[in-house]
Design a protein around this ligand. Structure first.
Ligand code: ADP
Length: 699
């Protein structure tokens, strides 16, 4: 794994590969060399063909079903017809059982005709085929009235000859009999030989109406979608029963009626009510399933599109996240619950100088732990792995670069939670503090330099004070010295008397006294300038005051100001950098004195009378807090609002020889000690500056 694809395993493993693919949309179909849509067209085409075939097969099946049912009907009808005809033959033969007379025969024949509507006429003929008796159907006007019976004679003779030859009833060819109504009937003659003791005594000729035969065959009622007919072998229609239904789909079944002496075809035509979209349940089922399949395909397509979009979005989000991680200057490091490094970002790698592959998978001790602190880091690491939460604001530590250099870091750690809400490790953000430390160091040095400058400026001021102050002892020394010289010159001429000797001794003592005083003055300044205790220590408040008083008095004397101090000796110690606080104190005292010395502006209140030029320095405990307050109150001209707004701004000054650094440094120093510096108006005139310092903790 290289650096650019090093992603945390919790999120990267399922999706990371798609990141490296050139395009998510063009993955597998384009690998096959076809665009994605062509595959879809192929799939849809195949499914449509499959479904079409299924529907076609289903309808074919249904057609076959219909056809075979019709064939069955035709066979059944054929059987029924045969049965009907043979039943009729028996009924007809029964007419001659009792040797009828022509009269009785006619009666019985009329009865038979009433029972059998398909029979149009019965004739009893003698052996020469002459009519003995006849009867017509009561349901129609006499059928042969218009054309007579002679036309059929040849057919009857043929049929009777056939019947006699075969010994069974025989049928003559059918023929058309026109009627008075303008219509006509297709009829067929049946010849039944009457045999008595082996001798043919005559014939019974029955005339069947083919229409009536069909009606009787399909009694009581013909199905609406069916038409039955007798046709000749060449398809010529002889008789039809039922209405043909043109324009609709026709199924036809035919059965040959092979009767003795006559052959014709029984034909059944069945009409469907138009071409059905769903001809039967199977087709409907297949069609419904096909539609469902198409719907599922459409849904799948939709789902696929959504997935693709989601994949795109995810890839975008990952690319965005990666760009974000790569551009981060904060180092990121993830560790699993066993402490193995599972992820580092480029910033972390460049921070510690190791490549990602050198760090990934490594366990404690990490390569970037400083060797001398490994045991300490190991302890901290163990505590973290035991599940203890790190401080929210982070903690400071030191890392080691590959080249061995150490650098400070701020580490902020948080538990790594996966999508299921379970902790999978720890995520750390590491900030390199080197630059920050350098800046802090720089600003500290600058601050110190500023303070030193301020101190030197103050020393400059002191120098003028010194010259003024040293004038007195030096003048005194000089006059004592010249007095002493005079006495010594006199001593060369005459020995000195006792009073002269004692005045000489006194003069020398005075010289020594004045020299010591001058020395003290110089030392107090020297001490102030030179002393530089860096460390904070517990100091008694009055000790701070005592340290600045010699210098304060010097200035007070010069400016004609009275200094009054109020500092109980039993105050608790404060924790401070002594030199700095002394400087603060001295600065405030000096400012206060100078404020009282300034010539009054025309608009300002007049300068206080000499008696009122008193500077109060007070020290006391701040009630209810662990602090001591130092206050310096003057009776000067006060601070205008314009000045107050800029009081603590460095280099702001209203004095000709001022540097404007005093108060800004004072505030910095006090705040560094954890205290506060403030000022307030003093009544009736002047200003009070107050600053606090925290108490030194006992022990
Ligand atoms: P500097 O004393 O060198 O001017 P400071 O920072 O000590 O610098 O003081 C800034 C300014 O604040 C002074 O120039 C002065 O105008 C004003 N100031 C400071 N202390 C007092 C005071 N006790 N009374 C009135 N004005 C003051």
């Amino acid at each position: 794994m290289n650096r650019s694809t090093a992603l945390p395993p919790t999120v990267s493993s399922p999706v990371a590969p798609s990141l490296s693919a050139p395009s998510v949309a063009g993955s597998w179909p384009s690998r096959l060399g076809m665009p994605r849509w062509s595959l879809w067209v192929l799939v849809v085409g195949l499914v449509v063909t499959l479904l079409g075939t299924l529907v076609w097969l289903a309808s074919r099946y249904e057609v076959t079903q219909l056809q075979s049912r019709l064939d069955q009907d035709a066979t059944e009808a054929q059987g029924n017809l045969r049965a009907l005809l043979s039943r009729n033959v028996q009924s007809l033969q029964a007419l001659h059982f009792n040797r009828p007379t022509p009269g009785s025969w006619s009666q019985e024949a009329a009865e038979v005709l009433r029972q059998h509507r398909e029979l149009l006429r019965l004739e009893w003929r003698d052996d020469a085929l002459r009519t003995v008796a006849s009867a017509d159907t009561p349901f129609l006007p006499p059928v042969f009235d218009r054309l007579g019976r002679d036309r059929a004679q040849a057919g009857i003779e043929l049929a009777c000859a056939t019947a006699q030859r075969l010994g069974v009833p025989a049928y003559a060819s059918s023929y058309f009999v026109p009627q008075y109504s303008g219509m006509g009937l297709e009829v067929m003659d049946l010849c039944l030989p009457l045999v008595e003791r082996g001798q043919t005594t005559g014939y019974l000729v029955a005339v069947y109406g083919l229409n009536g035969l069909l009606a009787e065959l399909f009694a009581p009622r013909l199905r609406a979608d069916l038409a039955v007919s007798f046709t000749e072998a060449d398809g010529t229609r002889l008789a039809v029963h039922g209405l043909p239904n043109p324009g609709q789909r026709v199924f036809t079944a035919q059965q040959l009626m092979d009767l003795p002496g006559q052959a014709m075809v029984l034909r059944l035509d069945s009409w469907r009510d138009g071409p059905d979209l769903f001809p039967n349940l199977l087709t409907a089922l297949v069609s419904a399933m096909s539609l469902a399949l198409l719907a599922v395909l459409a849904l799948l397509g939709h789902d696929m599109r959504r997935r693709l979009r989601a994949e795109h979005d995810l890839a975008d989000a990952l690319a965005f996240r990666k760009a974000m991680e790569d551009s981060l200057v904060t180092g990121l490091r993830a560790r699993d619950l066993q402490g193995r490094i599972t992820y580092v970002n480029p910033a972390f790698c460049s921070m510690v100088g190791f490549e990602a592959h050198e760090l990934l998978g490594s366990k404690a001790p990490a390569a970037y732990w400083p060797t001398e602190q490994q045991s300490e880091y190991q302890r901290r690491h163990d505590i973290r792995m035991a599940g203890q939460m790190p401080p929210r604001e982070g903690f400071e530590s030191v890392f080691m670069r590959k080249d061995g250099t150490r650098f400070p870091v701020l580490i902020i750690e948080a538990p790594l939670i996966n999508a299921a809400g379970a902790q999978t490790g720890w995520m750390s953000a590491c900030l390199d503090l080197s630059a920050q430390r350098r800046t802090e160091e720089l600003s500290r040095t600058r601050q110190e330099r500023l303070q030193a400058t301020a101190r030197l400026a103050m020393v400059g001021e002191m120098a003028s004070l010194l010259s003024h102050e040293l004038n007195q002892p030096l003048a005194a020394i000089s006059s004592y010295a010249s007095g002493s010289l005079n006495l010594l010159e006199r001593a060369q001429q005459e020995p000195l008397n006792a009073p002269a000797q004692s005045s000489l001794a006194e003069a020398v003592q005075r010289i020594a006294g004045q020299a010591e005083r001058a020395g003290k003055i110089i030392k107090s300044v020297h001490d102030f300038v030179r002393r530089r205790d860096q460390d904070r220590a517990a100091v008694a408040p009055h000790a701070l005051l005592d340290a600045v008083m010699p210098l304060a008095s010097l200035q007070a004397r010069k400016l004609g100001v009275r200094v009054v101090t109020d500092c109980p000796t039993d105050l608790p110690h404060v924790l401070c950098d002594r030199t700095m606080v002394e400087q603060v104190l001295l600065n405030l005292v000096r400012n206060g004195m100078q404020a009282m010395d300034l010539p009054a502006e025309p608009s300002a209140a007049p300068a206080p009378a000499l008696a009122d030029r008193t500077l109060h320095i007070g020290v006391g405990r701040v009630p209810d807090t662990e602090a001591v307050a130092f206050s310096v109150a003057d009776a000067g001209q006060g601070i205008s609002e314009a000045v107050a707004a800029q009081l603590f701004t460095p280099f702001f000054t209203t004095k000709a020889e001022g540097m404007g650094l005093g108060l800004s440094l004072c505030r910095t120093v006090v705040e560094q000690h954890g205290g506060q510096l403030s000022f307030a108006r003093r009544e009736p005139r002047g200003t009070v500056f107050t600053f606090t310092l925290p108490l030194a903790k006992a022990g």
